[in-house]
Design a protein around this ligand. Structure first.
Ligand code: G3I
Length: 354
């Protein structure tokens, strides 16, 4: 009915010689940022979660940031403020306030939270770098117990261990490995589970999305954890990709399937698809196809009950700072207008499930 009315309106405008007005009206309709059915509504209708990594500063300073986030997403991941150096900046000092701000926002807007992240080789505070190796088990146990305990019952899923496998597929030679040995991974999961038995605990990594050697290493790692009765519930596939390189969707589906067959949940946790700047309109269309294909592949493999993007607006994204010359990686543009990728995900969530 709506499209018939729109067509009649267009014919009237064209016949009355006002075609130049019609274009901006249509463009404004598509770009208003208020599409008829939000992603979160469409996802929720299918029992799915769609999330985004969130930064505190824009949430406090830009009304459009919070409005878009609350309208479109039913899950959020703190992009930085739960990382070790930010939440635990001094040996006896925790800084929960920024993360608490995000938790309050999530609560107000009925969003799930993915906790990110407890054990990582990056964003380690200086005080910890200079601690004695023998102290590490106690320091890590205290950190996990305190942080997970602070949010007990409020965090749906924690990225307990992040990026523990190096690009050559060996265990990464991190401070954790050096001071505690490979057992740090088992211990981290056990401590997190003790601090919040209701949280779903994930191993999270990048470049492990397709059926390559790194994915095999992640598979072997989590299989070992399960065999040792370590409380792990899921694997996070980060999925930071570019238009020039993205994993083969059928391999993603196969990889997700084999992990699901271990009894684990598998989610995309940090999806973004970067483009070379200045981004062409045609590239933005192709980007939309990549977004859709990758999430569809994960769903096909039996995963992605929750899919998280690493940000949502090109105004705030880690990409330009880390990949000079690249950007436009997200589904809303700098002015919070939905891009083709937004409509691609909308199409995917609207599609009849097979
Ligand atoms: O907040 C400070 C600011 O006060 C200071 O002026 C500025 C100068 O460098 O730095 C700002 O902090 C930066 C922070 O992002 C907030 O923008 C840090 O330097 C920068 O290192 C940090 O980068 C984050 C990166 O993780 C840290 O390694 C990115 O925002 C964040 O998107 C990125 O996220 C990671 C995931 O946690 C794990 N998977 C990969 C993903 C992308 O790298």
């Amino acid at each position: 009915m709506l499209s018939l009315a729109l067509l009649a309106c267009l014919i009237f405008i064209l016949l009355s010689g006002r075609a130049t007005v019609a274009q901006p009206v249509l463009a404004a309709h598509r770009a208003s940022g208020s599409p008829s059915r939000s992603l979160r509504t469409l996802a929720a209708d299918r029992g799915l979660f769609i999330g985004a990594a969130v930064a505190v500063k824009p949430l406090q300073e830009e009304p459009a940031y919070g409005a878009t986030l609350a309208r479109e997403f039913n899950m959020l991941t703190p992009e930085n403020v739960m990382k070790f150096s930010l939440i635990h900046p001094g040996r006896d000092r925790y800084n929960f306030a920024p993360a608490d701000t995000l938790m309050a926002f999530a609560r107000t807007h009925a969003m799930q939270v993915r906790g990110h992240t407890l054990v990582w080789h990056r964003q380690i505070p200086n005080w910890l770098k200079s601690a004695a190796a023998d102290d590490f088990p106690t320091l890590l146990q205290n950190h996990i117990t305190t942080v997970v305990g602070h949010y007990r019952g409020q965090i749906a899923a924690w990225d307990v261990v992040n990026e523990a496998i190096a690009d050559d597929t060996s265990l990464r030679n991190s401070l954790w490995l050096q001071t505690m040995g490979a057992n740090y991974i088992d211990l981290a999961f056990r401590w997190a589970h003790a601090a919040d038995p209701s949280a779903r605990l994930y191993y999270n990594d990048y470049s492990a999305e397709d059926m390559g050697a790194k994915a095999d290493a992640v598979y072997a790692l989590v299989q070992g954890l399960l065999q040792r009765n370590v409380p792990i519930h899921g694997v996070g596939l980060q999925m930071h990709v570019s238009l020039d390189w993205f994993p083969n969707p059928s391999e993603v589906a196969a990889n997700v399937r084999r992990l699901v067959n271990l009894g684990l949940a598998v989610d995309i946790t940090e999806l973004d698809v970067r483009l070379q700047e200045p981004a062409l309109a045609s590239d933005r269309v192709l980007q939309g196809r990549v977004y859709r294909q990758l999430v569809a592949a994960c769903l096909e493999g039996g995963g992605c009950q929750a899919t998280a993007l690493w940000g949502f607006t090109d105004r705030h994204s880690w990409v330009p700072a880390f990949f000079p010359g690249w950007g436009s990686a997200l589904i809303f543009d700098q002015d919070y207008r939905p891009k083709p990728a937004y409509y691609s995900l909308q199409g995917l969530f609207t599609q009849k499930s097979s």
